[in-house]
Design a binder for this molecule. Structure first.
Ligand SMILES: Cc1cc2nc3c(=O)[nH]c(=O)nc-3n(C[C@H](O)[C@H](O)[C@H](O)COP(=O)(O)O)c2cc1C
Length: 340
């Protein structure tokens, strides 16, 4: 089967599947493993630390794969950001991916370079804004995904279906995607491709510790801690406070404060279970075990996509299983619905 979408046409890749950006672990080796499967690997510029480091990694990646890849530059986090962009332009990388904060300041230079530009945002408004600035494609991350949260962010299913008809450039869905069904689901919701973060982290080539990979395999997406971490919106009062501090402290300190606010949530364990049990029994409700002994959730930065990850495999096995599974579903449905 030929997986032709506007994303595969834009990047010249075999599959409409992209590797997510990973600060600290988005190395050239990991990106090469992804690109060599026919999906699109991602080199995360902040992982290379310096522009010269990035240049070396791009050159190594080019030797390790003939296939397209992206370079992620996370605005506000990536050090030496101007130098990182310059290296991307000089090395004429297949595509640059901006993320996190507004790309306005860099838009003109990226467009002048002629390099394919993908912007990743958390809301449809940010994606439309990037399209207006000239982005060639946008990644929209739903609430189900790992990363910063926006108070106007929607779950992946809703945000993909809502955004698709509002955008002219190809839309790539992200957030909690990690198996054949979520891959196909996103395409049917109107996306031209999918973007994988957590799901690729339990692969042999991912430079994470075995312990964290084991945690991803072990984790259940319905753990209350994980639900709160991913879905709890920031508390408006705290968010307002941190936004006021923007120009008063260093960017680094400010980003740490922002992250704390973004991931902050009331600790459900602080609620006295006896109080709730009494409340429920006094109303004649059957007392269910509201606070089962779940312990804390397995440690590691990952999303609901952990629910699809049952073992550690190579990147090649992972992508091939995902694609093969999707092809089988399509064949079965075509037969079932008598589509010819
Ligand atoms: C360990 C880790 C590091 C990440 N670092 C970055 C980063 O530096 N820049 C960025 O744009 N996104 C970063 N992300 C977010 C992912 O690129 C992606 O948007 C997110 O993981 C998608 O959700 P998913 O994990 O459900 O697939 C990171 C995600 C993880 C898990």
């Amino acid at each position: 089967m030929k997986w032709k979408t506007r994303l595969t046409e834009l990047l010249g890749c075999k599959y409409p599947i992209m590797e997510g950006a990973f600060a600290g672990i988005g190395t050239w080796e990991f990106a090469a493993a992804v690109s060599n499967t026919g999906a699109v690997g991602c080199l995360t510029a902040s992982t290379s630390r310096t522009p010269e480091g990035l240049r070396e990694e791009i050159q190594k990646l080019r030797k390790a794969t003939k296939n397209p890849f992206t370079v992620n530059i996370s605005i506000g986090f990536c050090p030496h950001i101007d130098g990182m962009f310059e290296v991307c332009f000089e090395e004429d990388v297949p595509a640059v991916e901006t993320a996190a904060y507004r790309p306005d300041e860099y838009a003109e230079r990226i467009k002048e370079s002629g390099i394919t530009w993908i912007h990743k945002g958390a809301t449809v408004e940010f994606c439309k804004h990037a399209e207006k600035l000239g982005a060639d494609a946008v990644v929209l991350v739903g609430l189900d995904g790992y990363g910063f949260k926006n108070i106007r962010q929607l779950p992946t299913f809703t945000s993909t279906a809502w955004a698709a008809p509002q955008l002219n450039v190809p839309l790539i869905a992200a957030g909690g995607i990690g198996d054949s069904r979520t891959f196909l689901g996103a395409l049917f919701l109107g996306a031209e491709g999918v973007y994988l973060g957590s799901a690729l982290m339990a692969t042999k080539e991912c430079p994470l510790s075995d312990k964290i990979k084991a945690n991803i395999v072990e984790a259940q997406p319905n753990h209350p801690d994980l639900i709160r971490e991913l879905l709890a919106p920031p508390i408006p009062k705290d968010l307002a406070e941190v936004l006021k501090m923007r120009d008063k402290i260093s960017l680094e300190e400010w980003l740490v404060s922002l992250e704390k606010v973004m991931l902050k949530h009331p600790d459900w364990k602080d609620v006295d279970p006896k109080y709730l049990q009494e409340l429920l029994s006094s109303k004649g409700t059957e007392v269910i075990e509201l606070f089962p002994s779940l312990g804390t959730r397995p440690k590691g930065p990952f999303s609901f996509a952990c629910g699809y990850i049952n073992r550690i495999v190579t990147v090649k096995e992972f992508i091939e299983n995902m694609v093969k599974g999707a092809e089988e579903i399509l064949e079965k449905r075509a037969e079932q619905w008598e589509l010819s």
